[in-house]
Design a protein around this ligand. Structure first.
Ligand SMILES: C[S@@+](CC[C@H](N)C(=O)[O-])C[C@H]1O[C@@H](n2cnc3c(N)ncnc32)[C@H](O)[C@@H]1O
Length: 358
């Protein structure tokens, strides 16, 4: 099997196809307990839930037991544990990134909480037909908004009325399409997800295949509400993001981000209390080749933006290197309950040794 782009590479392990669990990682030599097996510093997109934005550092995800962090950038909405993190974040975002987050914050802040979209995730997951129709339904409005923004570019360039084929001064119809998009309810967390992914793609065009290569979930939306929140976010972002980002604000990009993130993201949790606080999540492509086991061979821990994977016990050549996708508490549940959680959150029937042995 050719190594997928972005997959981890090491003399300690190899990646192979399995009959029932997709690709998996296997030890190519004996590995002693506690040995460092992999270090993933390839965070692509990350989402800090809005309710934690004042308490969790936007750069290193540091947390001070719920206290508001001292450095807070009101225009972007991010908070930092120190100057160093703030500087790193600004460097990573660049001017366009800062502009993008400022535009998002302005939009979200202008809404009362009630105006923000609440997403009910306990309804049936939309199937392919509903998903295709929902995205198809954005087409006309998206074209009008794009044309309105292109007109904005012409004006900004001071080039007179028309300088790009088919693009001219925005008409009333164009402006209406923008206004209509802006009036829709906003879901701040879905917006962060999309903006983070779009910015990453903009800044790392040559690394996009790392995300493309990940395991796919064709029906990644938990509910029709959530699907609608995504299509609205698409139109919102077309209306507000800086012009250079617009070529990356596409249905294809947003759909791809959801289908890859769904089964590959890692929770960003507090480092204390068994990770009881869930701050958000992120996608580290190289770390996404480890399958789940209810009796994992690998222990993972996060330091800042980096995940470390260590042998949880002595491992023999040929053993599968598995992590657990369950939280500390969930690992102690019965087989049936674990199965339920894995099926609901990850969409698979667990075929790990601990479950199969029963
Ligand atoms: C993060 S990916 C792991 C790598 C994946 N096998 C691949 O081919 O890219 C998670 C997906 O792997 C599969 N998987 C992981 N652990 C599994 C398990 N214990 N039983 C069955 N499928 C599993 C599921 O399809 C799951 O959604």
């Amino acid at each position: 099997m050719d190594l997928p782009v972005g997959a981890p590479k090491s003399s300690l392990f190899e990646i192979r196809d399995t009959p029932h669990c997709g690709r998996a990682v296997f030890a190519t030599q004996d590995i002693p307990s506690d040995a460092l097996i992999w270090r993933s510093d390839d965070l692509t997109l990350d989402v800090l839930l809005r309710e934690y934005r004042r308490e969790v550092c936007g750069e290193c995800f540091g947390y001070e037991y719920g206290r508001d962090l001292t450095i807070r950038n009101k225009s972007t909405g991010f908070a930092f544990c120190g100057e160093e993190c703030q500087t790193k974040w600004r460097e990573r975002m660049g001017g366009i990134g800062v502009q993008a987050w400022t535009a998002v914050e302005k939009l979200v802040k202008g809404r009362s909480k009630e105006d923000s979209e609440l997403v009910d995730i306990d309804t049936p997951r939309p199937k392919a037909k509903e998903i295709n129709e929902a995205w198809e339904g954005t087409k006309t409005q998206a074209e009008l908004i794009r044309a309105a923004r292109a007109g904005e570019r012409n004006m900004a360039n001071g080039n007179g009325v028309v300088n790009i084929e088919g693009e001219g001064k925005p008409t009333k119809q164009h402006r209406k399409a923008v206004q209509k998009a802006l009036m829709q309810a906003v879901n701040p967390d879905i917006m962060s997800f999309c903006v983070s992914g779009i910015l990453w793609k903009y800044k790392n065009p040559n690394d996009w295949d790392r995300v493309v290569s990940l395991a796919i979930d064709d029906t990644p939306y938990h509910s029709s509400d959530e699907l609608r929140a995504f299509t609205r976010t698409y139109l919102h972002l077309l209306a507000i993001l800086p012009l250079p980002l617009l070529p990356n604000v596409t249905v294809d990009t947003l759909r791809l981000l959801s289908t890859r993130d769904s089964h590959n993201s890692f929770g960003i949790r507090s480092l204390e209390d068994d990770g009881s606080e869930f701050f958000g999540y992120g996608c580290w492509p190289a770390a996404s080749y480890f399958n789940h086991s209810c009796a994992p061979t690998i222990e993972k821990n996060r330091e800042g933006r980096v995940w470390y994977f260590r042998a949880g016990r002595d491992i023999e050549k040929g053993d599968e290197l598995c992590i657990t996708y369950l939280s500390g508490e969930e690992r102690r549940l019965s087989r049936g309950k674990r199965m339920q959680i894995l099926k609901r959150n990850w969409g698979f029937e667990c075929g790990c040794e601990r479950c199969e042995a029963l």
